[in-house]
Design a protein around this ligand. Sequence first.
Ligand SMILES: [Zn+2]
Ligand SMILES: [Zn+2]
Length: 668
Amino acid sequence: MTQVSLPDGSQKVLPVGASAADLAASIGPGLAKSAIAAKVNGNIADLNQPLPDGATVAILTKKDPEALEVLRHSAAHLMADAILRVFPKAQLTIGPAVEDGFYYDLFLPEGDKITPDDFPKVEAEMARIAKEAHPFVRCEVKDEADEVYARYRAIDGGHNKFKAELVEGIKGRGESLSFYKHGEFVDLCRGPHVPNTSLLANTKLTKVSGSYWRGDATKEQLVRVYGTAFFSKPELEEHFKQIEEAKRRDHRVLGEQLNLFTFHDEAPGFPFFFPNGATLFNLLLDYMRGLLRRRNYKEVKTPLILSEELWHTSGHYDNYLENMFFTKLKLRDEKQASIIHDNVEEERPMAVKPMNCPGHLLVFRSRLHSHNEFPLRIAEMGLVHRRELSGVRHGLFRVQAFTQDDAHHFCTADQIESEIKMLIEFFKEVYGTFDLSDVRIELSTRPAKSIGSEEMWERAESSLKAALDSSGIGYQVNPGDGAFYGPKIDFHIRDVLKRSWQCGTIQLDFSMPARFGLEYVGADGARHTPVMLHRACYGSIERFLGIVIENYAGAFPLWLSPVQITVIPVSDKFNDYAKSVATQLMDAGLRVETNLGSDRVGFKIRESSLQKVPYAIVVGDKEQSAGNINVRSRATGELGAMELQTFFDGIAEERKPGGKPSLGVKAS
Ligand SMILES: [Zn+2]
Ligand SMILES: [Zn+2]
């Protein structure tokens, strides 16, 4: 008999050789029907594999994320089979599941290529194979004389050097060779897979790109065909709808359309902000500074370039070298001015800061502190530079220079909990203001390799937990995932498309204060090392701006709109009246543009709405004689004629950070 434990702790006794499918059937017909794969002693396995005695087994159904991964990897087999039917000369290499689907890397003989135009043909083959409901069968192969092995070799014409290399690797590691077949198709694979191809009916190809064998640019160039798969058609359709929506919201596209920012070859990965983008950027700063003042932060400004030696002290030199920019000089030859000496080291080598912490430690160390000043919160809108390879740069999300809303708190161990509590409320408020209220927190605890005493870690971790528990936000613990110098809390926020972004972080640091010899005078009159915590709420302001642009699809709320109002005269006869209205609006502190061009009024209104300006004010004869304005709201449509004062009163709340439109909103 085989005895297994289930996730709920109960035991099941099955005949020897029973599979996870048998287990599911013994539990109930519903589970047998929805079973996709199994988790056996923590590893994902095929449903039809015999279960080892004493194993812990969980049946995975369509609802489990791990089952989706199995489905997608199985779909890679389906696609490979179909591609070989359409392109018999293609050679298969590897085909894993990835975040949003799967891919297969193929080698094509010269002259052959696969483009999206070929997708319908391949997809038609895939649909046919799926409909035929071939079971996935695992075959372990002992030697090359094996029939399955011969069949597998025949599929690729027997001269696929990529698979041959993989086989050598597996043999070299002393592992057994396993193959999976469905129908006539066989592929070298470790598994697991879904029970049969009928589950793969909702598979679609998505794109083609290039890659290299083993990811090595000196090796053969391959074609990477991507696809995705879901258990149901509605899920598949929703996925493509979401992709379309994400494209529409792409901050790089909106950045150009709304004149926010751009990039130039002359400074790769360094954004150039246009006036509208710079306004937006500054609005994020202004809002943050207001919050910092209310919480008694002291803002400082520290140098961009500091000595290389400092980065040795901080440990960045050892751990972060490749991401740092260093300064080198160019000097004219003393005798011959036409000769320039390149890459001359300064007397003291210097580096551009990738982080603000060491600067703040020097600020702290500049004078002796007392416990009475604690918690001492030092903040900086700190511009940092980090080298990023072109392949990973991505709009504002990944740039080579960005501004952090960085701060460091210096306090006593007793103050950790209240500092964390304050920060959780603080960060929640900030994200909520940008309509990003879906916040999830991860707490990462002591890793195997760490510094600081057991007692210090325990105290810090229990303070963090206590603060999190009282905050009421859901959080997840990642055991052992903290930095070597302290535990941390990360804030993940979800946007309107349910995409998750990591923004805020709070990190305790048991290392830096000692490395830099920081001290304060305690209540006992003796000198102590302070507790330090690093924290950022936006994280990178550039990246946060990218998230905000996508979250609002560029239609920013009034308080955040670079241009809040466009004033449009119906003809040039009313230019002066338009200007006087604009002046009154600007005097009230609003950001206004007046469109005095010769275009027709309808065109100008359309232009204002394409630029997603919250309000258009149109003035003509009627308005001029009555001394009032005609208002159109982006959110609530035509509001008609009103006094300027009525308009000011109506937008008073909406103008504040987080404010919502009230003008023209019907009371419910
Ligand atoms: Zn496989
Ligand atoms: Zn820091």
